[in-house]
Design a protein around this ligand. Structure first.
Ligand code: X2X
Length: 346
């Protein structure tokens, strides 16, 4: 081969090499990526999903096009199957509650230990510290890529029958609870009758009176207008809070370029921050705006005194101890240590 044609051949080969990986990678990009959430854009959770999608679309110039499927619709509303569906690739991306994924990852139950986290700083101490890192490592080991934390919020208890101030007040009331068996134990310890059901089923069950009450963050209460389904009593007991986790299916993640992975991860962190801010907006201070809004709906709000709170801590302690063993005593110790050492911001 003449020198010129060798050079030409090398150049052609070089071109082919430099073009091929890009083209190969691009071919693996899907026209749409399906993002699962339980609730839609009326809620901080859904707003965060929308924000994540918008940021990613803009910053990748449309290479990654995220479409949100609220109502856990990709798993026919059965939010406790969401995590499995992400692993299987039925769902590409998700922002999920630690509660809904607890049936598959028992360590996520740590956030549902009654009265472990007394305030927002305690949530931050867990998600932002060693406990959060360890949970992300556990998720990663299952083949799902964790990207950022968000927040659903402190779950306050509501019902249609009466104000709840003491554990005895729960006696005989029917409660809809979420998908981790820990919640069945907590409400049983209180003397109530808990039934596990999805969020989709919860609203008609409240409306028909099939159940008397439920527990959810106040942002869910207001956006879902739970006062219109008989929920006239709210007790602020702050017994548990559920953080949200932004994740990607591993195969989807690995088919993206490093540059796009960075964009998706940073956008998740930003949308997560936005979610946490929205989840906490109007919740703190002497006369929180959200409490006023809910009182304006004709709903009675019970705020517990320290002694009243202590009575709930005591009654639910056996549940805490039982589940601490299932979650892993080391992780729970780490969580308790982080809460005790937390920095007070609020
Ligand atoms: O089902 C619920 O209560 C909700 C919406 O808060 C969760 O998905 C955990």
């Amino acid at each position: 081969m003449k020198r010129r044609s060798v050079l030409a051949a090398l150049a052609a080969a070089g071109l082919a090499f430099s073009a091929a990986p890009g083209a190969w990678a691009q071919a693996k990009y899907q026209p749409e990526y399906r993002l699962s959430t339980v609730v839609g854009t009326a809620f901080p959770w859904g707003k965060a999903g929308e924000r994540w999608g918008d940021l990613v679309r803009q910053r990748t110039n449309g290479r990654i096009n995220i479409k949100m499927y609220p109502g856990a619709s990709l798993v026919a509303g059965d939010q406790t199957r969401e995590f499995t569906a992400i692993r299987q690739g039925v769902i590409d991306l998700a922002i999920g509650s630690t509660i809904n994924w607890s049936p598959q990852i028992r360590q996520l139950n740590v956030f549902s230990l009654p009265f472990l986290m007394p305030d927002y700083d305690a949530i931050d101490a867990l998600t932002g510290g060693e406990v959060g890192k360890e949970l992300f490592r556990i998720i990663e080991k299952t083949g799902v890529v964790p990207l950022a934390w968000g927040e659903n919020g402190f779950r306050e208890v509501t019902n249609s029958k009466r104000p709840l101030r003491r554990p005895e007040d729960f006696k005989g009331l029917k409660f809809r609870v979420v998908g981790s068996p820990l919640f069945l134990d907590t409400f049983t310890a209180l003397g109530a009758n808990p039934t596990q059901m999805s969020w989709a089923d919860a609203q008609p069950a409240l409306a028909s009176g099939a159940v008397d009450g439920q527990e959810n963050p106040l942002t869910i209460f207001t956006a879902a207008k739970l006062h219109t389904v008989g929920q006239k009593n709210v007790t602020l007991w702050g017994y548990v809070a559920d953080p949200l986790i932004f994740v990607a299916n591993k195969e989807v993640w690995e088919n993206w370029s490093k540059e796009d992975q960075k964009i998706v991860r940073e956008a998740a962190v930003e949308a997560g921050r936005y979610c946490i801010d929205l989840a906490r907006e109007g919740m703190t201070g002497g006369d929180p705006a959200v409490h006023k809004t809910i009182a304006g709906f004709g709903v009675g709000i019970v705020k517990l005194t320290p002694d009243e709170r202590a009575a709930f801590v005591k009654v639910t302690r056996p549940v805490y101890d039982k589940w601490a063993k299932q979650i892993g005593p080391d992780l729970v110790k780490k969580a308790e240590g982080a809460v005790a050492a937390r920095k007070k911001k609020s």
